[in-house]
Design a protein around this ligand. Structure first.
Ligand code: FES
Length: 182
């Protein structure tokens, strides 16, 4: 099954216009404009699902740093996406304890069920699979993040149930904003 990143063209500019009130609130809490960078990027991603080149430029302007510095941060932290993602991001833990508890099998199962591999999105825009470092629940491996929720002791049946809940819209979408068409 061929994969695409997202079905709709994504417009991601207008950070100040969209998040002006939230940015003003952050300014009251943080000591310098540069220190706003992580939360500003998070505001963007919560709405858009990813951090585009345009929004990186705007974030740089807001936080009084260079676009290259924003890019360094976005590329360093695994939690920021540099490409559009699906409505549900499945983050499979790939660190050793989970690997020893069949996390690879979990990936193979999802790959087969959804027809996508790492960092790919299903054609309907619903699911993206990402690899994660330890999610802090090693004793309950294998572990996967479904958007921001941690799912533990995963079995094929449990994964099937999660996918079905997502398809039925019973779970909160990864991003909430104007580009979330579903
Ligand atoms: S190794 Fe997977 S949660 Fe820690």
């Amino acid at each position: 099954m061929p994969q695409i990143q997202i079905q709709e063209p994504v417009k991601t500019n207008g950070v100040r216009e969209r998040h002006g009130a939230a940015i003003a609130e952050l300014e009251r809490k943080y000591p310098t404009r540069r220190s706003l960078l992580l939360p500003v990027l998070w505001l963007i991603q919560e709405e858009d699902g990813w951090i585009s080149a345009e929004t990186m430029e705007e974030a740089a302007e807001i936080c009084e740093c260079t676009t290259a510095e924003v890019m360094e941060v976005v590329s360093f932290y695994q939690m920021y996406n540099r490409a559009p993602v699906g409505k549900y991001v499945l983050g499979i833990c790939g660190t050793l304890p989970c690997a020893l508890c069949a996390a690879d099998g979990l990936y193979e199962y999802l790959k087969e069920k959804l027809g996508i591999g790492w960092n790919e999105t299903t054609a309907d825009g619903l699911f993206t699979i990402q690899r994660r470092e330890c999610l802090g629940a090693c004793s309950e491996a294998p572990v996967m993040l479904v958007n921001q929720e941690t799912e533990t002791r995963l079995t094929r049946a449990k994964v099937d149930g999660i996918l079905e809940e997502c398809r039925q819209g019973k779970r909160k979408p990864y991003f909430t904003g104007r580009n979330n068409k579903q």
